[in-house]
Design a protein around this ligand. Structure first.
Ligand SMILES: C[S@@+](CC[C@H](N)C(=O)[O-])C[C@H]1O[C@@H](n2cnc3c(N)ncnc32)[C@H](O)[C@@H]1O
Length: 271
């Protein structure tokens, strides 16, 4: 069972937020009554506790792990992208332009979605799909409230909780919406060095790889590209036969797939 509570002072706005998040997560609102997080989790035998308090909205698990929204590297990437020094590899791999409609099939902390949202601008659309209900709820709240120069790009992202495989297979409203680009950034089996930003996500995230079937379904829906973030030389992704490769930071690369039936494009020669 998951519960949602407030900080110690239980102010009315946090109580209201806690009730709203409890309803969204199908969880139970629990009054704190001065108990510690550890005591609340132990007494009620909880699988997790969401706390709405002075630190924002934070997930706590029984092992002491926590998860909260933060824009990770997105702020630095947006700044560099605007100065074009160097061009952001995701923007380059996906050939993003103002006005594009982008579906991020693996939202996570939303860093890639924020960069994409800044690149496509107010005329574009970015929807982020996230399988984990807790991650989706906390990231939706973070994108709606985080104050920064990137806030307009954050506010334009629409977060949908769900599994991209089901949406694509069942051709849900989301799959029928019409996309220029679909992005996938699945969990790597081992953490990427220097990527401590998503450490708190690991325990909550869906860690299935992106299948050939998913790529095929996505290619049938895009006008420009399907882009899959991966590690250089990952045999699973090489076997998917991308149309182009774009280099990222360190060992990260982006595999690009053109729309179904379209000829392949030029790349960084990484394949
Ligand atoms: C590596 S993280 C993505 C990080 C993200 N690109 C960013 O910039 O913050 C992968 C996320 O995708 C989610 N995910 C994995 N498989 C999914 C699926 N089939 N449908 C929706 N979300 C999925 C995971 O739960 C996790 O939150």
């Amino acid at each position: 069972m998951i519960c949602v509570t407030t900080g110690r002072s239980e102010p009315a706005h946090d109580v209201g937020l806690a009730y709203a998040l409890a309803a969204e997560l199908g969880a139970v609102y629990l009054r704190r009554r001065c108990r510690t997080n550890r005591r609340l989790i132990a007494d009620a035998g909880l699988d997790g506790l969401v706390v709405c308090g002075d630190d924002g909205v934070v997930w706590h698990d029984p092992q002491g792990g926590t998860f909260r929204f933060h824009p990770n590297m997105a702020v630095t990437r947006v700044r560099s992208r605007r100065r074009a020094d160097p061009p952001d590899p995701l923007v380059r791999a996906a050939r993003l332009e103002p006005g594009d409609r982008v579906l991020d099939g693996t939202l996570g902390l939303g860093a890639d979605a924020i960069v994409a949202s800044d690149a496509v601008g107010p005329a574009g659309v970015v929807v982020g799909l996230e399988a984990s209900p807790v991650v989706a709820a906390l990231v939706r709240w973070g994108l709606a409230t985080w104050e920064h120069r990137c806030s307009p790009a954050m506010r334009r992202i629409r977060v949908v909780q769900g599994d991209h495989r089901e949406h694509l297979l069942e051709r849900s409203w989301l799959a029928r919406a019409g996309w220029d680009v679909i992005l996938f950034d699945p969990m790597f089996s081992e953490p990427v060095a220097g990527s401590s930003g998503i450490a708190g996500l690991r325990a909550l995230a869906c860690d299935e790889p992106v299948s050939a079937e998913t790529i095929g379904l996505a290619r049938a829906l895009v006008s420009k590209a399907v882009v899959l973030k991966t590690r250089r030389g990952d045999p699973h992704v090489v076997a998917l036969g991308p149309d182009w490769w774009t280099g990222g930071r360190g060992r990260v690369v982006y595999a690009g797939f053109g729309p179904a039936g379209a000829p392949g494009g030029g790349d960084d020669g990484l394949g």
